[in-house]
Design a protein around this ligand. Structure first.
Ligand code: PLP
Length: 385
């Protein structure tokens, strides 16, 4: 039985190995490891990719969020609205920047922040909204931006999972005031180590992010702001530039795989496949289904050597470190229910059609053997939504 894993970086590597080795050699020969032309070249390519006027390379996705919040001048007491159903870094950085994360529940079918619930969370202290384009699908940015304009708020996209994702005809990262990306090795554009990027159309904001990423210095050893070391190293920039030409094809393959899953799983109403909104083109960082039998199904897949992932098992308002925010179980029921039922399936671009069929068939078989015929997700629902 051929194993199907969540990720297969070894299988991808030969596709760009030559270009990456050439790029790495260039860096080695230059003995220039911080900044320089490779970083500038990646920034230019990334700005072109997203359509944002500026792209500023940062050492990780987490630091991209942190520095974007620092450049927004988040100060103690400022509230930043975000989703509790995300990777920890989103809210962790809001706190580290001095702000207070204010959570708003998600939509049950896209897993992104529910714009209909944002207005009630806006107070006189709200400074920004940080939507997360979870699993590669943009949040409902028109609705979010309308609310932000009305309340004079900054919108910072957590686009860590959304490189190449589109919303109408615009790319993630060019939709809000700033976009924050991750090049963690498992991401759609993954480095050989940590990496990130901040995008923006605002000249002053870009200048500020550039300054903050280098300890806030204007000229060497002259500091007008307190920043940090948020720089992307030259080797990562060279590697990412060499991998970038493959991104579009990889994202397209992820979409094909998602379509194949959708088609096969359509006949199994106890599984809810992800909804992609009409105006969105996901880059399918993850393909995540909902099922009432999540843990049993995962065990079954595991027994068939098929990988799967749970993103995320505990919503952030229930994390012990955020207890001081005062939230309780039940505050965000959609996030809490989703955390119990979500399962991400392999969707990496090196999967063959046969792999995808095997994963989907295993799911169909498991459901037909364990669930009464006609059972729906959620239990008792009529039809799919
Ligand atoms: C939604 C989200 N935000 C932020 C991050 C942080 O990025 P990094 O791991 O590059 O620091 C990640 C990466 O896992 C993420 O998925």
């Amino acid at each position: 039985m051929k194993p199907v894993s969540m990720l297969d970086l070894k299988a991808e590597f030969p596709l760009f190995e030559k270009a990456v080795r050439v790029a790495m050699d260039e860096v080695l020969e230059s003995q220039h490891f911080i900044g320089g032309s490779h970083v500038a070249a990646l920034e230019e390519k990334f700005a072109n990719l997203t359509g944002a006027k500026h792209a500023v390379a940062i050492g990780s996705g987490t630091d991209a969020i942190l520095v974007a919040l620092m450049a927004t001048d988040i100060s103690p007491g400022d509230e930043v609205i975000t989703t509790p159903f995300t990777f920890f870094a989103t809210a962790g950085c809001i706190h580290r920047a001095g702000g207070k994360p204010v959570f708003v529940d998600i939509e049950s079918d896209t897993f992104n922040i529910d714009p209909a619930k944002i207005e009630a969370a806006i107070t006189s202290k709200t400074k920004a909204i940080m939507p997360v384009h979870l699993f590669g699908q943009c949040a409902d940015m028109d609705a979010i931006k309308n609310l932000a304009v009305k309340a004079n708020l900054v919108v910072i996209e957590d686009a860590a999972q959304a490189v190449g994702a589109m919303y109408n005809s615009q790319a993630a990262g060019a939709l809000g005031h700033a976009g924050c990306f991750s090049f963690y090795p498992t991401k759609n554009l993954g480095g050989f180590g940590e990496g990130g990027m901040v995008t923006t159309n605002d000249d002053d904001f870009a200048t500020k992010v550039r300054q903050l990423r280098n300890h806030g210095q204007t000229d060497q050893y002259h500091h007008t702001m307190i920043g940090g070391n948020f720089r992307l190293n030259t080797m990562q920039a060279a590697i990412l530039s060499a991998k970038l030409p493959h991104l579009a094809a990889f994202n397209m393959r992820r979409n094909e795989i998602a379509q194949q899953y959708n088609e096969i799983l359509a006949a199994t109403p106890s599984i809810r496949t992800p909804r992609i909104a009409d105006h969105c083109q996901s880059c399918f960082h993850q393909y995540s289904i909902l099922t009432d039998q999540r843990d049993a199904l995962r065990e079954h897949l595991n027994s068939q050597s098929i990988g799967s992932g749970i993103y995320y098992p505990v919503p952030l308002h229930l994390q012990p470190c955020f207890e001081f925010l005062g939230y309780e179980a039940g505050d965000f029921p959609v996030s809490e229910e989703t955390a119990k039922r979500i399962l991400s399936l392999p969707v990496h671009p090196m999967l063959t059609d046969a792999d995808v069929k095997r994963v989907a068939s295993c799911i169909v078989q498991h459901q037909s053997e364990t669930i009464p015929a006609g059972a729906t997700y959620p239990a008792g629902a009529t039809g799919r939504s």
